[in-house]
Design a protein around this ligand. Structure first.
Ligand code: FES
Length: 70
């Protein structure tokens, strides 16, 4: 789903960056989210907050996707 119409950024891109540890500022700088009209900021922040590593469920999702040690 497109979150930022002005910059054509979807929720998956924001979620992936958040899971990799990007701050919201990083996402704004790298993708341009919420840097034009600003209408998407609350939605983009909600996606980022749900997926950032400090959220316990995000950690569980990351661990579930991590490859098994060799
Ligand atoms: S919709 Fe994201 S800056 Fe306009």
């Amino acid at each position: 789903m497109i979150v930022c119409v002005c910059r054509r950024v979807n929720d998956k891109a924001i979620a992936q960056a958040a899971r990799c540890g990007a701050s919201f500022d990083d996402i704004q700088i790298d993708m341009g989210v919420a840097t034009q009209c600003g209408q998407c900021e609350s939605s983009a922040r909600a996606v980022w907050m749900q997926c950032r590593p400090s959220q316990p469920t995000a950690h569980l999702q990351l661990q579930a996707k991590a490859p098994a040690p060799a």
